[in-house]
Design a protein around this ligand. Structure first.
Ligand SMILES: Nc1nc2c(c(=O)[nH]1)N[C@H]1C(S)=C(S)[C@@H](COP(=O)(O)OP(=O)(O)OC[C@H]3O[C@@H](n4cnc5c(=O)[nH]c(N)nc54)[C@H](O)[C@@H]3O)O[C@H]1N2
Ligand SMILES: Nc1nc2c(c(=O)[nH]1)N[C@H]1C(S)=C(S)[C@@H](COP(=O)(O)OP(=O)(O)OC[C@H]3O[C@@H](n4cnc5c(=O)[nH]c(N)nc54)[C@H](O)[C@@H]3O)O[C@H]1N2
Ligand code: SF4
Ligand SMILES: [Mo]
Length: 736
């Protein structure tokens, strides 16, 4: 056979981050010869980042688990799928039978939302547990966005997306899309899209305690003291609605609560908030003036705004600011998608519910559920605190909460106390090493892909399906197959008797798989064959015929069709958010803030070559200088006797770590920054490269008690810490 006969080209979407870049993968036989950006992908137009190449490394990684593993007294052993699944179901069932349903907890991590099968079948498994102790990465990330959307627009996923391609003024707060590639704003090649704003005469402004990669290409960067953005937003609103008149729009008749907003913003002048935010009043006034004057403007706030003590207020106030300036649901402003597979407006069984709040509370701290989940920050205490309803067993699916949730070392201790733990995960890492079973799924290249979630959060309406590149091996299982098999077993044990109907249903779903459900969803969706019969309508077949993806056009105003509040109003002043203003006023009374001597505020950071905690086993992504360093401003460094490269010991309420220092005026004075996702030096993990680049976990410092008290989201930003020069490491003692 000639080499050319064996060569082929495969097109797919990269599933590693939210950007949905199109890839063009060349192969000789089963060997990948190149991975490049797909120039013909109408959305990403050839853009990729260095992580795309890692898809091949992940696929080949010798440390990636390929068989179910069981932990025994003498170490890990390989077991068969049937044995593992049977035993896992049996033990979970037994614990629930003896101690009640809530005795089994579940934690779902971020890669679930990048995984078609997991999204389709994961919820069934979680439902089968019938436990109220459900947790996910949502509450260490974007919960405040969902909280605000639920109360303002009636659905937790009606999250407004900045119309980056048409705006004339983009105010970016607490986001670094040039490094993160955009979040709750799927926009491949953000850098080019930001530059395009400037090229059409618009402006990009970044508000961030660090001069980030995004700040560097912006027209203006403004430092802000961590955790004070709600004040800055109130001052912008003050200028917009107290000193000026709100702009009328097609939404005006539907907006409810404007008077309340005006009253709330009345005393938050730029002058009142300046001492707390560190942003001079005239700078804030300038931002407000430019925002109001722009033909189309949008305020966009991400991680840095949701993961702070007033995260929900921030996301709410951003929506209000966009609304009262006439920029909500409008070209160039903050818009809503109409995705081909509509997880919001489609059939309930195939979508996500509107959200809920406070239907139950966590046992120990009494924190309310949102959308059926409790805050991940309470997981450890729910395991460690004795008493009825204690979590005794845990299921983790695609999550690494030991490195990703606040006070990770406490959680680590807690996992050691569990009677039983099972992880659906491809790696033996900081979290899964505590499991009794690890059930590893196929690699991303062995499965099909369609971005159910990120098409719904994208700056254009597009649709793209990717078939699997490689056939999974005979002993490999998809995430969805593992979830479905466990669900089936758990339900059978609960019933306690055989059921022909249940078996038939299980067999039917196993045959259908995610593809057929996707096809149904596409057909029923707003662009589907149901509304556009004959040739134009979307179906899976149509997407298979369009390997570069289908462009369905720029976002269109559609909120009045999409919003779901029961009273058919768009709520600018929902009660829980208005009530939370009291807490803000108490935290930031008028006048100058009290300064605690020697205290610094810790923030995180992301680097283009990282992806949360789990891609540090890819050698090409770890080349170059170590990235897990503490950024310290030169003034603070001088005061503390720190210099480039020396080690600093950082202490918070919950822990202490020692890390090398980088001295830079990229962070504002009084603020230090450490990336998250490191800390691979823990014993017993099986990720060789990651262990060699272990770094330190920032979440050994972040505090499980620091929350956005309203939503329960973790407040990573602005963790108070003390920093000192580390004791010089003792020189190695020569062997006697
Ligand atoms: N201090 C601080 N903490 C943070 C953040 C921060 O900025 N600062 N960021 C937060 C954010 S935004 C997030 S989303 C969370 C992430 O929190 P998590 O989702 O808990 O953590 P990840 O690091 O994404 O770990 C993903 C896990 O999924 C596994 N995995 C990868 N692909 C697959 C797959 O296809 N199937 C399965 N079954 N498993 C897979 C990996 O091996 C790994 O164990 O971390 C949060 N934690
Ligand atoms: N390369 C890479 N890409 C990723 C990820 C990754 O780990 N690596 N993770 C993915 C995930 S899960 C997510 S959720 C997204 C996140 O996407 P982004 O939100 O864009 O990511 P971050 O870089 O965490 O940006 C948060 C910014 O907030 C700033 N900040 C911190 N505290 C405050 C504050 O109090 N006020 C203000 N105004 N700013 C503050 C930080 O300095 C930082 O620049 O990225 C995704 N993409
Ligand atoms: S930007 Fe995100 S989607 Fe694009 S190649 Fe990089 S990791 Fe993949
Ligand atoms: Mo995230």
């Amino acid at each position: 056979m000639s080499a050319s006969a064996a060569s082929r080209v495969h097109f797919r979407t990269c599933n590693l981050c939210e950007a949905m870049c199109g890839l063009r993968i060349e192969l000789e036989g089963d060997r990948i010869t190149s991975i490049r950006g797909d120039e013909e992908d109408p959305f990403s137009r050839g853009h990729i980042c260095p992580k795309a190449l890692a898809l091949e490394d992940l696929h080949k990684d010798p440390d990636r688990l390929r068989h179910p593993m069981r932990r025994t007294a003498t170490g890990w052993e390989q077991v068969s799928w049937d044995e593992a699944l049977d035993d896992v179901a049996r033990r979970l069932h037994a614990i629930q039978k003896q101690h009640g349903k809530d005795a089994v907890g579940a934690y779902l991590g971020n890669p679930n939302v990048h995984n078609l099968g997991a999204l389709m079948f994961g919820p069934g498994l979680v439902r089968a547990l019938r436990s109220r102790n459900r947790f996910s990465a949502t509450s260490v990330d974007q919960l405040p966005h969902q909280f605000a959307a639920h109360f303002m627009f009636g659905h937790q996923l009606l999250v407004p997306i900045p119309d980056i391609d048409r705006t004339r003024y983009m105010l970016v707060m607490g986001a670094n899309p040039v490094a993160s590639n955009g979040s709750l704003m799927t926009a491949p090649d953000v850098r080019a899209r930001l530059r395009a704003i400037q090229q059409r005469g618009g402006r990009v402004v970044v508000v961030d305690p660090r001069r980030t990669e995004t700040a560097r290409i912006a027209d203006t960067h403004v430092f802000i003291r961590p955790g004070t953005d709600a004040l800055a937003l109130l001052a912008l609103l003050h200028v917009a609605v107290v000193e000026n008149t709100p702009r009328a729009s097609h939404l005006s008749a539907h907006l409810h609560g404007l008077d309340t907003v005006r009253e709330l913003a009345r005393d938050f002048t730029p002058e009142r908030v300046a001492p707390h935010t560190g942003v001079p009043a005239d700078v804030l006034r300038g931002l407000a003036r430019d925002f109001l004057a722009a033909e189309a403007a949008v305020c966009y706030g991400r991680m840095g705004l949701s993961t702070q003590p007033f995260g929900s207020l921030c996301q709410w106030l951003i929506n209000v600011l966009n609304a009262v300036t006439g920029n909500l649901d409008r070209e160039g402003g903050a818009m809503f998608t109409q995705p081909a597979f509509d997880i919001i407006g489609g059939p309930r069984a195939m979508g996500v519910g509107p959200g809920s709040f406070g239907r139950w509370k966590s046992r120990v701290r009494g924190l309310p559920e949102f959308g059926g989940e409790l805050p991940s920050a309470v997981l450890a205490e729910e395991i460690l605190t004795p008493g009825e309803g204690r979590i005794r067993a845990l299921l983790t699916v695609a999550g690494n909460p030991v490195l990703s949730t606040p006070n990770g070392s406490q959680l680590e201790r807690a996992l050691g106390e569990l009677d039983f733990m099972v992880s659906i995960d491809p790696y033996l890492n900081e979290t899964t090493r505590h499991a009794h079973y690890i059930l590893p799924p196929v690699s991303p290249l062995e499965r099909s892909h369609y971005d159910l979630v990120f098409h719904a959060l994208a700056v254009r309406n597009t649709a793209k399906y990717s078939p699997p590149l490689f056939e999974p091996g005979p002993d490999a299982r998809h995430d969805w197959q593992i979830a479905l098999a466990l669900q089936h077993r758990l339900e059978a044990l609960r019933r306690g008797r055989p059921s022909v109907r249940a078996t038939l249903k299980y067999q039917a779903l196993s045959r259908l798989g995610p593809e057929r459900l996707l096809d149904v969803g596409l057909r029923l969706g707003p662009h589907g064959t149901r509304f556009h019969p004959l040739k134009q309508g979307l179906s899976l077949k149509k997407l298979r015929e369009s390997p570069h993806g289908v462009d369905l056009g720029a976002l269109k105003p559609c909120l009045l069709k999409r919003f779901q509040t029961k009273d058919r109003r768009i709520h600018l002043a929902p009660e829980p958010l208005v009530a939370d203003m009291k807490r803000l006023r108490e935290r930031f009374p008028e006048g100058a803030p009290e300064v605690r001597d020697g205290e610094l505020l810790l923030i995180g950071r992301r680097h283009l070559r990282d992806n949360n905690s789990w891609m540090h086993n890819v050698p090409s992504l770890l080349k170059g200088k170590p990235r897990c360093t503490l950024m310290v401003h030169p003034e603070d460094a001088a005061r503390l006797g720190l210099a480039e490269g020396v080690d600093a010991t950082v202490t918070s309420r919950v822990g202490e770590v020692t890390v090398p220092v980088t001295v830079t005026d990229d962070v504002m004075p009084g603020v230090v920054s450490l990336p998250h996702g490191y800390g691979h030096g823990r014993k017993g993990i099986r990720m060789k490269v990651a262990t060699e680049h272990a770094g330190t976990s920032i979440n050994d410092l972040t505090d499980d008690r620091a929350l956005d008290a309203l939503s329960g989201n973790a407040a990573f930003s602005g963790t108070p810490v003390r920093v000192r020069r580390a004791e010089p490491r003792a020189a190695a003692t020569p062997a006697a």
